[in-house]
Design a protein around this ligand. Structure first.
Ligand code: MEV
Length: 331
């Protein structure tokens, strides 16, 4: 395919998993929301033939065929950037074009804390590179980004790439795709970042071990997660925040059972509830990461909550978030 331009920009949102993480990998439903925090990607065609990636995490590397050159960063730079290089190469190969690219990543999404930064990077890079050739199709971007995300964690359900590509709120099942959910009432969501980074791949494999050892319990927990998702779908549509909060807390107990919560997260969930939240739970893979909280949708509810969290020392780590309805954007 012929190039239609020599540079492009795209951005893609992060996400929160409101219900069903981990169980979604085994084809149970999950409910996700895209959030108003994004990864921004700029791509320029270069004449060197190599793929050069700069990230505002302080990482710079160049990939020349199978040779990796570390220009700035740590020993982890290759692990972080190589899948993103493959993501760009996948699009180039699909478009039958072997090009050198300079890729710059700027993110306002903290990484490795359950907010979907890997998926957002894959979605934004796929869209930016594809838009060098033509107007990208969201479904295509989503499926290619999900292929690339599997290089980062091989058992990915694909939920994160779907929500990042399409935005909004969705009910997602791996084998069936997604259904959009629209709420009668705006949901006031917040995030608290524990600051403890995790590896999604390690957590997913620890849950697999749990599942293999505790087959019957896992089946029961998965069916409870499934039932919570069905009720949550209805509660979001109705804008019933008390019901929704309650279901979030129930979902958190299931995540404790499969071993992905920890003391800090459990204490934070309790702190949220004692400060007026309707509900709170870990979000994403767990093992640290972030807590998602639903607060009453009125000024008082939100103020009481964030003031209380601030007094307990978590002020700088807690932020209100809005649902992003744009999904991936190409400029
Ligand atoms: C991560 O955001 C959600 C997990 O269920 C992994 C996945 O769905 O790929 C833990």
């Amino acid at each position: 395919m012929r190039l239609r331009r020599s540079s492009a920009r795209a951005s893609a949102p992060g996400k929160v998993v409101l219900f069903g993480e981990h169980f979604v990998i085994y084809d149970n439903p999950a409910i996700l929301a895209a959030i108003d925090r994004r990864v921004n990607v700029t791509v320029h065609v270069n004449t060197s033939g190599s793929i050069n990636i700069t990230s505002d995490l302080g990482l710079i590397a160049s990939f020349e065929g199978s040779t990796f050159h570390l220009l700035k960063g740590t020993t982890e730079t290759k692990t972080i950037l190589a899948p993103l290089c493959e993501c760009a190469r996948l699009v180039l190969s699909e478009r039958g074009c072997n090009l050198g690219l300079d890729i710059e990543l700027v993110s306002n999404l903290p990484e490795s804390v359950g907010l979907g930064s890997s998926a957002a990077c894959c979605v934004a890079i796929t869209a930016a590179v594809d838009s060098l050739f033509h107007e990208p199709d969201r479904y295509w971007v989503c499926s290619k980004a999900a292929e690339s995300e599997r290089l980062i964690h091989k058992d990915s359900s694909g939920a994160d790439c779907n929500i990042s590509a399409f935005g909004g709120m969705m009910y997602f099942v791996k084998s069936k795709g997604f259904t959009n959910i629209y709420s009668k009432k705006e949901l006031s969501l917040g995030l608290i970042n524990t600051g403890k980074k995790h590896s999604t791949a390690n957590l997913v494999s620890s849950v697999k071990k749990f599942k293999d050892i505790n087959r019957f319990s896992f089946k029961v927990l998965a069916s409870l997660s499934n039932a919570i998702c069905q009720k949550a779908f209805a509660a979001i549509k109705e804008g019933d925040e008390q019901m929704l909060g309650n279901l979030m807390s129930q979902n958190h107990v299931l995540l404790q059972e499969i071993g992905v919560s920890d003391k800090t997260i459990d204490e934070l969930v309790d702190l949220c509830l004692t400060n007026g939240a309707c509900g709170a739970k870990l979000t994403g893979a767990g093992g640290g990461g972030s807590v998602v909280v639903l607060v009453p949708h009125n000024e008082d509810g939100s103020k009481i909550f964030f003031d209380g969290i601030g007094k307990n020392g978590w002020g700088s780590e807690s932020i209100p978030v809005k649902v992003d309805y744009n999904g991936v954007l190409v400029a």
